[in-house]
Design a protein around this ligand. Structure first.
Ligand SMILES: NC(=O)c1ccc[n+]([C@@H]2O[C@H](COP(=O)([O-])OP(=O)(O)OC[C@H]3O[C@@H](n4cnc5c(N)ncnc54)[C@H](O)[C@@H]3O)[C@@H](O)[C@H]2O)c1
Length: 256
């Protein structure tokens, strides 16, 4: 396999799907900048991977913060060509609680801010940096891979905020690809099913087992490495653009 002689940014790159992607990109020679809120994990991972991997503590919802992260990547000795958006948060509450009280507005706004607005913030700033690079084969300057969720399609009871935020990412994928076609930047989105990461580890073992039992095949939770492999495949496949790929072992989530 050929090496990625490019710079890359991975948001949420200190944990779970982002960490696996950081590791996979670094293993292929990319100079990765990890953008994450978790400084301890991010710094430890950058130190472990060494070489050209760096960590910049970043809040994806904040313009200056992301600009600083992108500046780290563009300051490296090779062009920024890869941005993978994995930063995200979960939230569970129903539109109306059992006692009839409405969903609080603040957590809905927060979830959309981090997952959707944060993704767009990184997408636009990374694309602006990629647009300033010299094009490679086929006129391509870079690729952005976003992370939605199958909750964008099969949102369960209590997933209203999360599903709305992920639905927004699905919705922006094609117009982003169209907007950025003039500068040769591709945009794709992965919609993972249930992947065994710290986000899911918060659930009791019983809940995790029952979740896995509902997955058609392979009958197991996804691994972060499954996601990283797909992200790299999208990066390498120059004709994939404007597409959302479900990675869920044929899981379709029930209402609850
Ligand atoms: N694990 C799953 O089953 C699953 C399924 C579908 C989608 N996803 C999505 O995949 C993405 C990664 O999830 P994960 O399971 O690896 O979770 P995770 O909690 O392990 O990692 C998420 C990372 O994002 C970082 N982050 C959160 N808010 C941030 C912010 N404002 N700025 C910068 N970084 C921030 C966290 O610090 C964390 O390191 C999320 O968008 C999640 O919604 C996960």
């Amino acid at each position: 396999m050929k090496d990625f002689d490019v710079a890359a940014v991975v948001t949420g790159g200190a944990s779970g799907l982002g960490e696996a992607t950081t590791r996979a990109l670094a293993a292929r020679g990319a100079a990765v900048t990890i953008l994450d809120l978790q400084a301890d994990r991010g710094e430890a991972l950058a130190a472990e991977l060494g070489g050209h991997t760096t960590f910049v503590r970043t809040d994806v919802t904040d313009e200056e913060s992301v600009q600083a992260g992108i500046a780290d990547a563009t300051g490296k000795d090779r062009p920024l060509r890869i941005a993978v958006n994995c930063a995200g948060i979960g939230w569970a509450a129903r539109t109306l609680g059992r006692d009839g009280s409405p969903h609080e507005l603040a957590p809905f706004t927060r979830t959309v801010m981090v997952n959707l607005v944060g993704t767009f913030n990184v997408l636009r700033l990374a694309a602006a940096a990629m647009a300033r690079t010299e094009p490679g084969a086929d006129g391509e300057r870079g690729v952005v891979v976003n992370t939605a969720s199958i909750a964008a399609y099969d949102g369960q009871i209590g997933q209203i905020a999360y599903a709305a935020s992920k639905g927004g990412i699905v919705g922006l994928t094609l117009p982003a690809a169209r907007d950025l076609s003039s500068v040769g930047v591709r945009v794709c989105t992965i919609a993972p099913g249930l992947v065994d990461t710290p986000l899911l580890a918060g659930l009791p073992e019983e809940a995790r087992t029952s979740l896995a039992a509902g997955i058609p095949f392979p009958r197991r939770l996804g691994r972060p490495e499954d996601f990283a492999e797909l992200a790299l495949a999208i990066v390498e496949h120059g004709y994939l653009n404007g597409e959302v790929v479900r990675m869920d072992a044929a899981l379709r989530m029930a209402p609850r």
